[in-house]
Design a protein. Structure first.
Length: 161
């Protein structure tokens, strides 16, 4: 069963490529005492993710932060090198944290892992967004299909912050 409103986000670690190299960030550091938007997607450079999902959060980052959001994090089952390069290409620097759930452990822990073999995707993330306050899910938006992006969009998150 996927994570629900009122659930505590499970403990997990992500990899992030920074100027100091590959670093590790855990959910406690990311979420405790903060209001954060997490959004997950099937993969960097995939069509809907690149055309709509990530660009939408980059475009709305300032608006979300003006509504009290401390951080916005994009989570994908990719490596940190791909995530950093993809984020840079979309102007995410300083707006959206690009976090690699490299082994998919977080995605499985929140019950949002899926396979789409016809596209060569295995162990990837469903498309979702959630507002988390002090580690507890306040709202969650999960798409019925990973090819959709409206329910999990930045515009929808704006309504739930």
């Amino acid at each position: 069963m996927p994570i629900q409103v009122g659930d505590r986000v499970p403990s997990a670690t992500f990899k992030q490529l920074t100027a100091n190299g590959v670093t590790t960030i855990d959910t406690a550091t990311l979420l405790n005492g903060k209001k954060v938007v997490l959004f997950g997607l099937p993969g960097a450079y995939t069509p809907v993710c690149s055309a709509y999902h990530l660009p939408g959060f980059v475009a709305k980052a300032d608006d979300l932060k003006a509504k009290g959001i401390s951080a916005i994090a994009c989570i994908s089952v990719n490596d940190p090198f791909v995530m950093q390069t993809w984020g840079k290409e979309h102007g995410a620097d300083g707006k959206v944290l690009m976090l690699a759930d490299a082994d998919g452990a977080f995605t499985r822990a929140i019950g949002l892992s899926f396979d789409m073999p016809e596209f060569g995707l295995s162990g990837r993330s469903e498309r979702y967004s959630m507002v988390v306050e002090d580690g507890v899910v306040k709202s969650i938006n999960i798409e019925k299909s990973v090819l959709d992006h409206g329910i999990s969009s930045a515009a929808t998150c704006m309504l739930h912050t």
